[in-house]
Ligand binder design. Sequence first.
Ligand SMILES: CC(C)(COP(=O)(O)OP(=O)(O)OC[C@H]1O[C@@H](n2cnc3c(N)ncnc32)[C@H](O)[C@@H]1OP(=O)(O)O)[C@@H](O)C(=O)NCCC(=O)NCCS
Length: 136
Amino acid sequence: MIREDIKTLLAENNSTEEGLIELSDLNLYVDKICRNASVICSYEEGKLSGLIAYYNNDTHNILGYLTVLVIARKYRSKGLGKILLESSLQDLKNKHFKKYRLEVLKQNKKAFKLYTKYGFVVLEDRGNVWLMEVDL
Ligand SMILES: CC(C)(COP(=O)(O)OP(=O)(O)OC[C@H]1O[C@@H](n2cnc3c(N)ncnc32)[C@H](O)[C@@H]1OP(=O)(O)O)[C@@H](O)C(=O)NCCC(=O)NCCS
């Protein structure tokens, strides 16, 4: 079941050293994204290799919010992150959202570079993270 695949992927590839913000309760978090977020997954060799989850329920401010993007270690730097990010950008554009936000740990240079490539700019310094935004 996809929920279990997501839990496994996050449990196996989630560390602040790698760039993900600490999740205090994995079960609760996964339940929350499955209920409230749009989730796009990639599969390799029959196994979940990556996912992006983003909220598109702020229809008042037409603001999307990326909550998690993660690629399994084995499949990193092969273009999957870009594909998933592009898919979410396209989906939000199709739904006429105007802005897309995310938080990224300041030490996560790789993710920062990826987001910058897609036009995200720093909106706010939030201590250990940057709040970034792109116009859609
Ligand atoms: C960050 C992450 C999602 C990127 O996904 P990916 O599939 O590895 O990245 P891609 O192959 O699509 O490359 C996207 C861009 O990231 C950067 N990048 C990728 N691999 C890199 C590397 N080894 N070193 C530096 N930058 C790198 C480049 O800017 C690259 O664009 P380019 O190929 O045009 O130069 C992935 O590495 C990951 O899951 N990291 C751990 C979790 C995480 O940090 N998530 C983001 C939290 S905000």
